[in-house]
Design a protein around this ligand. Structure first.
Ligand code: ADP
Ligand code: ZN
Length: 681
């Protein structure tokens, strides 16, 4: 085993590198200058933490966010690595401890806020400390054109020159201009070795839905994920507050967050979200940079994001630990109108506006996609080699129909009314709905009047929305949002091409059923997972640290599913390094073994099998009927071994069950047991 692989296992408890990590670690450890672009959650921190342990001297890590630095330092210390941070958030004792460790030559990683570099003493301090590597997290903060610009990042280039040590820069922002700026500002224009990792986030489930009672849609989505940490993004500040209130009413622990709040309140919200398990934050996009929580299990958009890049970044906050995460993005015609007018009314140059419309179009194309969302999304980032099976359209193919004639009728209604009307009036014309407005304008005499009766109002709304999504028509802000045809629609009008549309409005009506609660593990492992989480919470609270610093969700899921029975087994779980094994192994093992011991031995024999789950249901059903359906009869029950036999019955029918149970028990439990068995088969 190579040194890197051993450290990976011993210190971090991981068996394998994530894609790309291995090469980056090697290059950084070899002292090359490196620029690594990896998607959020790709595991960037490991790419400088591991080399730091492999190299002599101290690695200084520049990172923009104090809270995140503190958490990373905590996590490293938990893993037994000597790490410290110098930030304005330190207590004097913490700062003293860092200096002491530096002087004693014990410190391996020193985290620093960029502001520190402004202080003259910093360079001298770092030189004396024997810094041998600079790692720059969120390197795009050096870009003056990006919205995360940090002026102090511009000092990093000089620091590299002064110390004359290699530098490794990391970011998730991939566009070419930002990359060029990073090379210019951090590496004095000399191109470093660059690593570009793909943009796929396979553990994130992608889904879109047309708005259809959006508040209820969000509440349903959250209800099915109760107790899991999530973010709901909203288009307006007011909505974050009202939706947060609705979620709270539905029994979720929920906070709102937006740029109009006091800095202190925002900080409190960020910290609570970071620390607590199972909190929902309803936020505007202002909630972003400060969020570095690896175990966000879901992200929902109550309103359409502004571009495909924004969408990717926002959903990308989910599932950074690699465990399954889910997303839902809602959209409707009013979103499209809003986003278009924001672009049109902005102060950007005409070229910039055209580009912004293009980025919005890409997102709308994704929203109205008929095939795999992931493929559509990644195509935009020029990735073509994509496998999925983890999006709503892979789960259930879109129900499509040839919409060419419908679209042509709609376009004709638009053109014959000189592009002066919105969808509502146009639908009145198409469906032959003689309103006052129709009569006033004499539109009942148009040749298109009443030619669209094959669809009802809702269906026409879906057609118009999709026409906007395909950018065949655009709302014109100068005409109060009246729909105007774009050049993209010409081939359809000329009969040169055809178009497929989704039949979503019909489906929407049918899907109002409450979704079942989604669990992160199978029903059988769920109680153990909650017990493990409770144990983790206890440790986290005692240490005043976020839960994932103890173990992340993925690690707990693996424990719940594989049920290690000894510390040796425990050591093989991903995320359990030597230090953590020593510190927490026994406590978590006790939870697992204890759970198993509570099980009846007969039941334990069925563990991990379908029959085990059936056994549990039979037991529950039996408990309800112990004293008969009305609760007044003589108590009666079946022995564990009898229940186990029932649970393992094949082709159960009333007479077979009666033979097994005997008359009295068959009478009391037979029908209910049969239901359980039928449901299971
Ligand atoms: P980012 O690239 O967004 O900075 P992080 O460095 O925070 O990502 O890593 C995200 C998550 O992935 C963390 O929870 C980390 O523990 C986990 N992780 C990193 N590398 C590995 C690996 N090789 N195997 C398993 N999990 C890993
Ligand atoms: Zn897919």
């Amino acid at each position: 085993m190579s040194g890197a692989a051993r450290l990976l296992q011993d210190v971090f408890g991981f068996d394998d590198f994530r894609p790309g990590q291995g090469e980056i670690v090697e290059a950084v450890a070899d002292g090359e200058n490196v620029l690594a672009i990896m998607p959020t959650g790709g595991g960037k921190s490991l790419c400088f933490q591991l080399p730091a342990l492999m190299r002599d001297g101290v690695t200084v890590v520049i990172s923009p966010l104090i809270a995140l630095m503190r958490d990373q330092v905590r996590a490293l210390q938990e893993a037994g690595v000597s790490a410290g941070a110098l930030t304005s958030g330190n207590t004097p004792e913490e700062t003293d401890a860092v200096f002491e460790a530096l002087e004693a030559g014990r410190l391996k990683l020193l985290y620093m806020a960029p502001e520190r570099l402004a202080a003259g003493a910093a360079v001298g301090l770092l030189r004396r400390a024997g810094v041998s590597l600079i790692a720059v997290d969120e390197a795009h903060c050096v870009s003056q054109w990006g919205h995360d610009f940090r002026p102090d990042y511009l000092r990093i280039g000089a620091l590299r020159r002064d110390l004359n040590v290699p530098l490794a820069a990391f970011t998730a922002t991939a566009d070419a201009e930002t990359q060029a700026e990073i090379v210019e500002k951090l590496f004095d224009g000399v191109a470093p070795r660059a690593f570009l990792r793909g943009f796929d986030r396979p553990n994130i489930h992608l889904a879109f839905a047309a708005k259809d009672g959006p508040r209820r849609q969000i509440l349903d989505f959250a209800a099915a994920r109760k107790g899991q940490s999530g973010i709901v993004y909203c288009g307006t500040r007011a909505k974050t507050e009202s939706l947060a209130a609705a979620l709270r009413e539905a029994g979720h622990t929920t906070l709102h967050y937006h740029g109009g709040m006091e800095a202190e309140d925002r900080r409190i919200a960020e910290t609570r979200f970071q620390r607590e398990d199972g909190l929902i934050v309803v936020a505007t996009v202002a909630f972003g940079m400060g969020v570095d929580k690896p175990d966000i299990r879901w992200v929902a958009h109550a309103d359409l994001p502004k571009s495909i890049e924004a969408y990717y970044q926002e959903i990308g906050r989910a599932g950074r630990d690699g465990a399954p995460a889910e997303t839902l993005t809602l959209f409707g015609p009013e979103d499209i109108r809003l986003r278009r007018s924001q672009i049109d009314e902005g102060l950007a140059s005409p070229e910039r506006r055209a580009a912004d419309h293009g980025r919005l179009n890409a997102l709308l194309g994704l929203a109205e996609a008929l095939k795999c969302r992931r493929r559509t999304l990644l195509q935009y980032f020029d990735e073509t080699d994509v496998s999925c099976g983890n999006c709503d359209l892979c789960d259930r193919p879109a129900d499509v129909f040839d919409g060419t004639t419908a679209v042509r009728k709609a376009l004709s209604a638009i053109l014959r009314t000189d592009e002066w009307f919105g969808a509502g009036h146009l639908i009145d014309i198409l469906t032959g709905n003689e309103t006052d407005k129709v009569r006033q304008r004499g539109h009942q005499t148009l040749p298109t009047y009443g030619v669209g009766t094959e669809y009802d109002r809702r269906q026409w709304q879906a057609i118009f929305r999709q026409m906007m999504g395909h950018d065949l028509v655009r709302p014109d802000p100068e005409r109060h949002g009246a729909l105007r045809m774009t050049d993209a629609a010409l081939p359809l009008l000329r009969d040169e091409t055809s178009i497929e549309l989704r039949r979503d409005s019909i489906r929407a009506a049918a899907s109002t059923r409450r979704p079942a609660v989604k669990a992160m593990v199978s029903e059988e492992d769920a109680p153990l997972l909650s017990a493990l989480k409770a144990k983790r919470r206890a440790f986290a609270e005692a240490a005043k640290a976020p839960a994932y610093v103890i173990f992340n969700d993925r690690t707990l899921i693996e424990m719940a599913e594989t049920r290690p029975q000894s510390l040796d087994d425990m050591a093989r779980i991903g995320g359990v390094g030597a230090k953590k094994l020593e510190r927490y192994g026994a406590a978590f093992l006790e939870v697992i073994v204890g759970e198993a011991q509570q099980m009846h031995p007969t039941r334990r024999k069925l563990a991990g099998r379908e029959a085990g789950t059936v056994y549990d249901r039979l037991l529950a059903v039996q408990a309800d009927l112990t004293r008969g359906a009305d609760g007044v009869e003589k108590p009666l029950s079946c022995s564990a071994s009898l229940l186990a036999k029932v649970a393992q019955m094949r082709n159960a029918d009333p007479s077979a069950l009666e033979r097994l149970l005997g008359d009295r028990r068959a009478e009391r439990f037979g029908p209910a047991f049969l239901d359980v068995l039928r449901e299971a088969s």
